[in-house]
Design a protein around this ligand. Structure first.
Ligand SMILES: N[C@H](CCC[C@H](N)C(=O)O)C(=O)O
Length: 260
């Protein structure tokens, strides 16, 4: 069978996009999804995303990590899916869609950046060495020195597989503060089991965690990731983070047909 796919990337976090409105895609075939994401035997990506019809909203997002397993919310993937939906003329510049963590609003600005509303965050678990929170996916956030030389894969996998996070695991973010409202982060992603060039729910988690730790009083925070720059903004009501927006580029790279 021939599969038409569209390759997108958002600050270097890359995805295979499939228009699955006819429900043809074999969603239970974990091995196939992992193969499509394989950077040597397949197309190559951090994840695979299906665009499906939804009765209540413009479309539904189904997300798979590159290990082939369906997973929790992907912020960069959600932003790329909005750009893909525009390319398919499913939407124009604004949208509401359904994902595994509920409804998301998004808009495409004139400069092509895509802003995605993330879930509200109220539970932020502050520990002496790290912060843990869920921004649609689980995130461990830890400040480190010499982030540029830091061994993200080794240290990230150790924490991800430690008893701290059990069977579920977590994504692991290592952070360095640049100025009052700018941070650099590098992320070890669960389900990719490697460092990715960017993680949208991770950047969102870092922005919120740094505000909670008092490292910044700003509600609009710049996140420098390996693959580019993201901006996270929010409104803080009591200790609940609302109107959480993740903004950044979401680019079409190429499309093709692959035999599956
Ligand atoms: N690997 C994550 C999902 C993708 C998150 C990331 N790609 C993003 O942009 O949010 C997990 O299994 O929790």
């Amino acid at each position: 069978m021939q599969l038409e796919f569209f390759k997108y990337q958002g600050t270097g976090n890359d995805f295979v996009m499939v228009d699955n409105r006819t429900k043809f895609f074999p969603k239970e075939n974990t091995k196939l999804i992992a193969q499509l994401c394989d950077r040597r035997f397949g197309i190559g990506a951090d994840g695979l995303i299906l665009l499906e019809n939804d009765t209540e909203t413009d479309f539904k997002m189904v997300y798979y990590n590159s290990d082939g397993n369906q997973s929790s919310m992907c912020g960069n993937g959600g932003r790329c899916l909005v750009a893909f939906a525009k390319k398919l003329n499913v939407i124009q510049k604004t949208t509401t869609f359904m994902a595994t963590d509920g409804l998301h609003h998004a808009h495409i600005s004139d400069d092509g950046l895509v802003a995605l509303q993330m879930i509200d965050v109220s539970d932020v678990n502050v520990n002496p060495e790290f912060v843990f929170l869920n921004t649609g996916s689980p995130h461990h956030v830890q400040l480190v020195n010499n982030l540029e030389q830091y061994n993200v894969k080794e240290n990230g996998s150790q924490i991800r597989y430690s008893e701290l996070y059990g069977k579920e695991g977590s994504n692991i973010n290592f952070v360095n503060q640049i100025d009052e409202s700018t941070f650099t982060l590098r992320t070890y992603e669960r389900g990719v089991e490697d460092e990715t060039l960017s993680c949208g729910t991770g950047a969102t988690a870092v922005a919120i965690a740094m505000n909670v730790l008092g490292k910044t009083d700003s509600c609009t925070i710049n996140l420098n990731v390996e693959g580019g720059k993201l901006i996270v903004s929010f409104v803080k009501e009591d200790s609940v983070f609302k109107k959480v927006m993740l903004k950044g580029p979401a680019k079409f790279v190429f499309n093709g047909i692959i035999e599956i």
